[in-house]
Structures are given as structure tokens and as C-alpha cells.
Design a protein around this ligand. Structure first.
Ligand code: TYD
Ligand code: MG
Length: 459
């Protein structure tokens, strides 16, 4: 039975509903609805509106607005600066999301450490760990300046008071799901608390020019509200991804009011905290077996940044009537589609074969430019003919077997050249873009039919 004065919120995306349901109609997650007290309504009702009307609110023209040359604050980590669009904007609200244990607290403590060396006030507020625990972590990271102040607190009113008294240039809230406001009766971590707390922090950031980083845990179980609930409120959303068992981590910008999105930063988790990986291509390709069939190097664009990766395929005869198709790191439907194209256009009898496709390094790719590499890897494994070493392949494959142009071909070729690759295979229609490139052999193909000869000739 629903209590009066309560509503149901999806703890994943914040969808509000008057009644409980098993699946959220908005984000399609199951079992994420929780009952919470209804948000107080009418707070900005008649009285407030009347009062506001008395004060002078006149619109201004763009020319009248002074930006005051907002200079950005460097975090001391080039990878993070790049994702933020060139550094921290004073007064901005940045959400850092990610699975528990991925390294959010470590990253932000390191940022605080770098900032405390040049700013006079940096505040790190933790609602999850005690001061002793933070100190233990800090000892692994390095030495700290005194301008970094730590606080263990979860009551937002107290935090606000401290912030107003200290006026730090940068503050970190670890994590938003532990913060609460007394006026709201629902538990910390619920949608109403998390939203309300972010609203308070937003006001603090904008009114006093404090740049605030908010940590938000991504949770599968839906017991606490996820960062997606807040995405629309904050200026910048960064997600920290990666396999917890592998050592590298990717910081991805999914929203940025002060820069381009889709930028990534690559880090490696070491004994002494997170280290930047300045050249991710080199890192991702380390361990590529030489002369193995089914292994192809491709170049993908992450935002404005090219990255070389190894795509692997294993094609073997199926033992049952129904072939198995498994894809790790790429869309399995895309693999099925490309295999159907090969079956039809090249007459390869792939329906009698299992196929396993993997992107080495555990990265997820969804750019169509890797199609050609997938196709080459599948053909190479099927024929058991290795693709020559030092070759990079990229291009989109269409249903008629045609190879289509991709964006930023020049940057991809440059990256391959930089890493010492000697040969490129790309779509014929992308040739124009790379005409002037020298020092690397460029081959072009217009359809998958041409690949068959490329793969078999190199025996
Ligand atoms: P943490 O920052 O606590 O994750 P989050 O705040 O996202 O939950 O990361 C903790 C993990 O990082 C933990 O498994 C230990 C590891 N770690 C290192 O490997 N090296 C280090 O120097 C530090 C501080 C942590
Ligand atoms: Mg943490």
C-alpha cells in the first residue's frame, strides 16, 4: 500500500512515478523503484513569485555581459585537463561517476594534492572514509602541502558553513550519496536527497566561484541513486571506466559545458596512485603477438584523440547446428552483421563456424570505423593467414560489402606513423584526405572483395 505523500523514484535515472512498477519506463532498468516522500511543492509559489517580481530583473544583451577572462586552473594532470577541456573552470560543478573501487577517491585526492601546491585553499570533504583512512591513502600517493584541508562530514548544512567560511577555490565532495539534508526526511542516497544536495552545491559553486567535484557511485542494484540522476544539473560529467582487474582506467567526458565531450584520459593504477598514460596506443598494443592470424591493429577516435588498438577474432568450425558468436568490447549484433556480409558477398561459409571477437585491453568500441578491422580479423582467422605486422586498418563496412569513408582519416594515419607502423589500409574514398602524407605506405580498398586477395597473398 502506498503511503500518502510519497512517490516512487527510479534510483537509476530519477524517473518519478505515482505508483510502483517493476521496470522503469524511462531507462528500462528492472526493480529500481523506491518509495520516497514527495518533494515539497509550492515552495516557489505565489509569495515568492510576488517578491521576486518586486526586485529588478531585466534582461541584458550579450555585449553587456563581462566574462572577466575566466582563466582555467590546471589540475597538474594533463590527461584530466584534456577531458575537462583545458583545466578546471572556476565555479563549475563536475560530476565524477564510476563503479565503486575504480579509483575516484584516489584520482581526486591526487588532484587535490597537485592543486594544494599552487592554490591557498583546497577542501576535500569525505563522507565515506575517516581521516585516518584518507591519511593512509595519501601516504601511498606522496607528500601534501598544508593548504589542503580535510573534513569528514555528511551534513550538508555544516559543509555549506565550512565552505562559506573558508571559501576554497576547489572542493571535493566524496561522495554525493552519503550527503544529507535534515529537512528532507528520506535516507541519504535517495533520489530526493541526492538531487537536493546537488542543488545546494550548485548554488555554492555559482555564487562563490568555488569549483566543486562531486563523486557519484554507479550502482547496479539500485539501492542508492546513481549519477545519472544528476547529469542534467551539473556542468561536466566524467565517467571513470575500466576493468577493475586490469590496471588501466579511462576517464571519459560525457557532458561538458566548457569543452568538447567524448574526450578521454588514460590512467594506470599503480602502487603509488594513478599514473597518467601519455601514449595510450603504445600501452594498448603492448603484448600483441607477432605473426598471429586473426589479430588486426585498428585506429579508433576517442573524441579528438586517435588510439591504436588490437582487434582479435577466432573463427572455428562449429560442433552444433547453431554457431556461437561472442563479442567482447564490440557490439555482438555488429559482428553478426559483418559476418553475414562476408557470407553473402565473399561466399565464405561462415554459418558453419563459431566466431569469438575480442578487443584487447578490455576497451569498449562502438565506432563504425573499426568494421574493416573486424572483417579482416575474421577473414584472417578463417583462412589462418596472418595480416602482415606493422599494418593498421580502418574503415566502415556497408551491407553491400562496400568500404565507406570515415572521419579524421589524416589523424589516424598520423598516429599510426608516429608509432612506427609502415602500412595503412583505408577506404578508397578517404584517400583524398591523406594524399599529402608521406613516410607510410597507404593502400585503399573500395569493397570487401578486394580484401580476400590482400589476406591470401601474404602467405
Ligand atoms: P578508490 O579511489 O578508493 O575507489 P573509489 O573511490 O572509486 O571507490 O580506489 C581504490 C582501489 O585502488 C583499491 O582497490 C586499491 C587501489 N589503489 C591502488 O592500487 N594503488 C594506490 O596507490 C591506491 C591509493 C589505491
Ligand atoms: Mg571512494
Amino acid at each position: 500500500m502506498k503511503k500518502s505523500g510519497t512517490v516512487f523514484f527510479c534510483q537509476n535515472c530519477g524517473y518519478e512515478s505515482a505508483k510502483w512498477s517493476g521496470q522503469c519506463p524511462s531507462c528500462r532498468e528492472w526493480n529500481t523503484f523506491a518509495e520516497e516522500p514527495a518533494p515539497a511543492s509550492g515552495r516557489s509559489g505565489g509569495q515568492a513569485r510576488k517578491k521576486r517580481a518586486m526586485t529588478h530583473t531585466a534582461p541584458v544583451s550579450l555585449k553587456q555581459i563581462e566574462t572577466g577572462g575566466q582563466e582555467r586552473i590546471s589540475t597538474g594532470m594533463g590527461e584530466l585537463d584534456q577531458v575537462l577541456g583545458g583545466g578546471i573552470v572556476p565555479g563549475s560543478l563536475v560530476l565524477v561517476g564510476g563503479d565503486p573501487g575504480i579509483g575516484k577517491s584516489t584520482l581526486l585526492l591526487q588532484v587535490c594534492r597537485n592543486l594544494s601546491e599552487k592554490l591557498d585553499q583546497v577542501l576535500y570533504i569525505s563522507g565515506e572514509e575517516s581521516l585516518q583512512q584518507i591519511k593512509l591513502r595519501a601516504e601511498r600517493i606522496g607528500s601534501f602541502a598544508d593548504s589542503l584541508q580535510l573534513l569528514c562530514e555528511t551534513n550538508l548544512a555544516d559543509i555549506e558553513e565550512v565552505m562559506l567560511a573558508r571559501k576554497p577555490r576547489v572542493a571535493v565532495i566524496d561522495s554525493i550519496q552519503t550527503m544529507y539534508q535534515e529537512e528532507i526526511s528520506s535516507a541519504p542516497g535517495s533520489v530526493s536527497q541526492v538531487r537536493e544536495a546537488t542543488g545546494v552545491l550548485m548554488r555554492l559553486a555559482k555564487e562563490h566561484g568555488i569549483a566543486i567535484f562531486i563523486v557519484g557511485h554507479v550502482t547496479k542494484e539500485g539501492t542508492v541513486a546513481g549519477p545519472r540522476v544528476l547529469e542534467h544539473m551539473v556542468d561536466t560529467v566524467l565517467y571513470f571506466e575500466g576493468d577493475r582487474h586490469a590496471s588501466y582506467r579511462i576517464l571519459r567526458g560525457v557532458k561538458n559545458r566548457f569543452g568538447s565531450t567524448n574526450e578521454i584520459g588514460v590512467f594506470e593504477m599503480t602502487d603509488g596512485g594513478l599514473k597518467e598514460v601519455k601514449n595510450p596506443s603504445e600501452y594498448m598494443l603492448s603484448g600483441k603477438p607477432p605473426g598471429a592470424s586473426g589479430s588486426v591493429v585498428t585506429c579508433t577516435m576517442e573524441g579528438s584523440r586517435p588510439m591504436l588498438l588490437e582487434v582479435q577474432a577466432l573463427v572455428c568450425r562449429t560442433n552444433f547446428g547453431l554457431p556461437r558468436r561472442t563479442a567482447v568490447g564490440v557490439d555482438a549484433n555488429r559482428v553478426n552483421l559483418l559476418m553475414a556480409v562476408l557470407e553473402k558477398r565473399l561466399n565464405l561459409p561462415l554459418s558453419g563456424y563459431d566466431a569469438y571477437v575480442n578487443v584487447a585491453g578490455g576497451i569498449r568500441l562502438n565506432e563504425p570505423a573499426i568494421d574493416l578491422a573486424l572483417v579482416m580479423a575474421i577473414i584472417s582467422s578463417y583462412k589462418d593467414v596472418p595480416i602482415p605486422d606493422k599494418t593498421v586498418v580502418f574503415g566502415e563496412v556497408g551491407l553491400s560489402g562496400e568500404i565507406r569513408a570515415v572521419s579524421m582519416a589524416r589523424q589516424r594515419v598520423q598516429e599510426a606513423k608516429k608509432l612506427g607502423f609502415s602500412r595503412i589500409l583505408l577506404p578508397l574514398s578517404s584517400m583524398d584526405q591523406v594524399k599529402e602524407t608521406s613516410g607510410i605506405q597507404v593502400a585503399a580498398a573500395a569493397s570487401v572483395r578486394e580484401l580476400l586477395s590482400t589476406v591470401s597473398r601474404k602467405q
